[in-house]
Design a protein around this ligand. Structure first.
Ligand SMILES: C[S@@+](CC[C@H](N)C(=O)[O-])C[C@H]1O[C@@H](n2cnc3c(N)ncnc32)[C@H](O)[C@@H]1O
Length: 288
């Protein structure tokens, strides 16, 4: 089902320019929170890619999770990764945080009561604990509004020899949707077509640079492009909506643009009765 093609990222000495700045504002975070909580009930059923990302992240970090005494999980959502972390290490002090209390309540129901597991409603860009052995996060960092400062704070929050491990999505995600929108914009003579949030996600090279600038001496990054097949474009968009991973600041979209975009998508990316959807998964493990 998944096409997996791993690419190792190495930093070139000439790539020293600052990564693109992402607009940071409370309004964006509130939009992210609202989107995810609205879809909390359907998230688990549709989060195929997020589960794949969690497995890959755990495959890379299981020995580190196993040995950690204090773990901070950022953006725990409905608790899929939290439960897996607990199975791998039943004794660690585990702090799981998310922007939204209703998501945490759902995650809490997934796990048995546990005196060493704390659930905290907080913005993960302001880490609440220090002296942590492991900061871990699945499919959340693409929503950060000021990643450079956040990764620096993580570096400071980690103990000596601590580790930051995360999976995120890169700007290649939903490349077909972006191309279909451009094509529809051209056909309808619309100059400013709505952009998709994924186009502004950071690249693996951006993350490598941010981790390096924060002070991490050992950085391992991987890009794993995945292709999923959906019967139709509306099926894909409904499934995406059911995970809550949609635009935190949606712009109005006319019915005509939508129809033209769907037709363009099917024209360009339909094969053997299904449309292709690409996800660019990025995995990072950085040691202090
Ligand atoms: C795609 S879901 C992933 C949830 C979970 N990690 C999983 O693997 O299923 C992204 C989660 O990150 C949370 N999130 C996004 N930005 C956040 C932030 N700045 N601080 C804390 N949580 C955040 C959202 O509320 C949402 O629950």
């Amino acid at each position: 089902m998944f096409v997996k093609e791993a690419t190792k990222i190495t930093l070139c000495p000439q790539e020293t320019a600052s990564p693109p700045c992402r607009p940071g504002s409370e309004a964006i975070k509130q939009g992210i929170r609202r989107n995810f909580v609205k879809r909390a009930a359907s998230y688990d059923r549709h989060a195929r890619v997020q589960r794949f990302m969690a497995w890959e992240l755990l495959a890379q970090t299981a020995p580190i999770v196993n040995k950690a005494h204090h773990i901070l999980e950022v953006g725990c959502g409905t608790g899929y990764l939290t439960a897996a972390l607990r199975r791998l290490n039943p004794h660690a002090n585990l702090l799981a945080l998310d922007l939204d209390a209703a998501l945490l309540a759902r995650a809490r129901r997934r796990l048995p009561p546990d005196p060493h597991l704390a659930w905290v409603v907080a913005d993960g860009e302001l880490p609440p604990s220090r002296d942590v052995n492991l900061i871990i996060s699945n499919s959340t960092f693409q929503w950060f509004t000021h990643p450079e400062t956040t990764i620096s704070l993580y570096f400071q929050s980690l103990k000596k020899c601590g580790c930051l491990a995360f999976s995120t999505l890169g700007p290649g995600t939903f490349g077909e949707l972006a191309a279909a929108l451009r094509q529809a914009g051209n056909l309808l003579n619309i100059n400013r077509i709505p952009s998709i949030p994924a186009s502004a996600f950071l690249t693996a090279t951006d993350w490598a640079r941010i981790l390096q600038q924060a002070g991490f001496p050992a950085i391992h990054l991987q890009r794993l492009p995945l292709s999923l097949a959906f019967p139709t474009v509306p099926d894909f968009l409904q499934s995406l909506q059911a995970t809550g991973a949609t635009n935190p600041q949606p712009r109005p979209f006319s019915a005509k643009l939508y129809k033209t975009m769907v037709a363009a998508y099917q024209d360009l990316f339909r094969q053997n009765g299904a449309i292709t959807v690409t996800y660019e998964v990025i995995l990072a493990v950085a040691g202090k």
